[in-house]
Design a protein around this ligand. Structure first.
Ligand SMILES: NC(=O)c1ccc[n+]([C@@H]2O[C@H](COP(=O)([O-])OP(=O)(O)OC[C@H]3O[C@@H](n4cnc5c(N)ncnc54)[C@H](OP(=O)(O)O)[C@@H]3O)[C@@H](O)[C@H]2O)c1
Length: 304
């Protein structure tokens, strides 16, 4: 990648309300200068009940960032929802992911093409490698990642994707990628929420100027009822979900919550009209582990 495509800082937060919709006012800047909305709409299992209408609802309340993946099997519905909503493509930030069984140069490119076709787009704003390994017995995972990352770089250089990154990669999965990378990953999507903050990985990502993004920012509802969170929510007159999302974004971590109703979707965007104190950030950061999904990148079995 040419140096001119790189800008230095990733931590700058800038306001682009006019482009991102009234409520999703904040963006985070990736290392290549691309801005991503601080709050995206997570679509895993989101379309099970009402199909494309859920995505239309999310667009209606102001989401402009849609997080999907080949694995979610909803890219077609998302593509249809976007077409029906009729929003100009450039006003959206669409991220999809390549499943680990599709790693390797040709398969990865095929996965990208399939995602684009289903989403009815000729480019993605961001493409991520979903998991570093298919299973614990994935012997050649590091070599496979290096080859796959080179394919990601080709897509990036061909301007088919505006940003490339990883998901569920811990420092020991990222190091082999960096050994042969010409373009550094711009983002790593990890399970991050109060009760599971993976501080060691966060420290490493900060050092490498890779943005950490939170999946399951509400711990898939497992931490929503936590009374320690409720106490802070009471002080601000906010919901527990809003405290959990504000905590992450205030720490510079973009979030992609999933919600089913327009009221909850809207609530999850309304988090920038208050600020947690440093002590509250510290308190929430130090809550003992709770609400972990049970999915660990070195222990998952995606291919039995
Ligand atoms: N990269 C990866 O490996 C990976 C893994 C998992 C998830 N993700 C991404 O991250 C996104 C979010 O994660 P997630 O779906 O696992 O969990 P999440 O966003 O942490 O939590 C979703 C749950 O919280 C509930 N909820 C949302 N907003 C609420 C509110 N304001 N008040 C009360 N309850 C609320 C939802 O209920 P209702 O739906 O009933 O409203 C749902 O049960 C996914 O959709 C997906 O895009 C990525």
């Amino acid at each position: 990648m040419s140096e001119s495509r790189i800008t230095e800082t990733i931590e700058k937060t800038v306001s682009k309300a006019e482009e991102l919709g009234e409520r999703a006012q904040k963006v985070f800047r990736l290392s290549n200068g691309v801005d991503i909305p601080a709050i995206g709409y997570g679509t895993y299992l989101a379309t099970e009940k009402d199909g494309k209408q859920t995505i239309i609802d999310a667009l209606n309340v102001g989401y402009r960032y849609i997080d999907t993946a080949a694995f979610y099997k909803n890219e077609e519905q998302i593509g249809e929802a976007i077409a029906e909503y009729g929003i100009p493509r450039e006003q959206l930030f669409i991220c999809s992911k390549v499943w680990p069984t599709m790693l390797g140069r040709e398969k990865l490119k095929q996965s990208f093409e399939d995602s684009c076709n289903k989403l009815k787009t000729d480019y993605l704003d961001m493409l991520l490698i979903h998991w570093p390994k298919v299973s614990q017995n994935d012997a050649n995972w590091a070599e496979k990642l290096q080859e796959s990352w080179a394919a990601m770089e080709e897509l990036y250089d061909d301007e088919k994707v505006r940003a490339i990154g990883l998901s569920n990669f811990l420092p020991h999965h990222i190091r082999p990628v960096l050994e042969t990378a010409k373009v550094k990953p711009m983002l790593d999507q990890l399970e991050l929420h109060v009760g599971y903050m993976q501080e060691y990985a966060l420290q490493y990502l900060k050092k490498e100027k890779i943005v950490a993004q939170a999946w399951s920012p509400l711990g898939r509802a497992r931490v929503l009822g936590d009374e320690r969170v409720s106490a802070i929510a009471g002080k601000y007159g906010k919901s527990n979900a809003q405290i959990l999302l504000r905590y992450l974004t205030q720490r510079g971590i973009p979030v992609i919550p999933k919600a089913s109703t327009p009221q909850r979707m809207k609530e999850n965007l309304e988090i920038f009209d208050f600020k947690l104190t440093e002590d509250e950030i510290s308190y929430l950061s130090c809550i003992p582990e709770t609400g972990w999904s049970g999915e660990h990148p070195d222990m998952v079995e995606w291919e039995k």
